[in-house]
Design a binder for this molecule. Structure first.
Ligand SMILES: [Zn+2]
Length: 163
């Protein structure tokens, strides 16, 4: 049994403990790093929308991406090459749907105006009176004001119908 203080042995033990502690801390740091990475990978996503009209992907990180052939699965694209987020493919952007809806609405309106004279005159009277009231309120008078407003309304409606 040693009774004398052995500096070398003490230093060895000290270094040994130091190394153990370092290993423990390194392991804790490594676990934290893995946790952080996992969390980052889980949370970080990038929403992509496919633009059917122009055939490209519109990314959440404001980039545009185009594939030569096939879709994202076929090309094994899982992560956004711009921001690194996991790609979440959303409903395609279909500009045609909105365009078609609007076109349909205008067609229904103009067809009704062209075919139904009561409907046409309802619109004509409303537009003409709105103009007439504006002129009156502004103090503008003209002997043919009523007639001119009707003509203006008719001009607008006929233009709309023949659009
Ligand atoms: Zn992205």
């Amino acid at each position: 049994m040693k009774t004398v203080y052995d500096k070398e042995e003490y230093t060895d033990k000290k270094n040994f403990l130091k190394n153990i502690l370092n290993l423990v801390f390194m392991k804790i740091r490594a676990i934290d790093a893995i946790k952080f990475t996992e969390q980052y990978c889980e949370e970080k996503t990038c929403e992509w929308k496919y633009d059917e009209e122009f055939c490209f992907y519109d990314t959440e990180c404001d980039e545009a991406y185009q594939l030569e052939v096939g879709d994202l699965d076929e090309n094994k694209h899982n992560y956004c090459p711009f921001c690194g987020g996991k790609i979440v493919l959303n409903k395609p952007i279909n500009n045609n749907i909105m365009k078609t809806d609007l076109e349909n609405a205008i067609n229904v309106l103009t067809d009704s105006l062209a075919e139904d004279s009561d409907y046409y005159h309802g619109w004509l009277a409303n537009i003409a009176m709105a103009m007439y009231d504006e002129f009156k309120e502004a103090g503008i008078s003209h002997p043919q004001l009523h007639e001119l407003c009707n003509k203006g309304a008719k001009r607008f409606l006929d233009y709309l119908i023949n659009l």
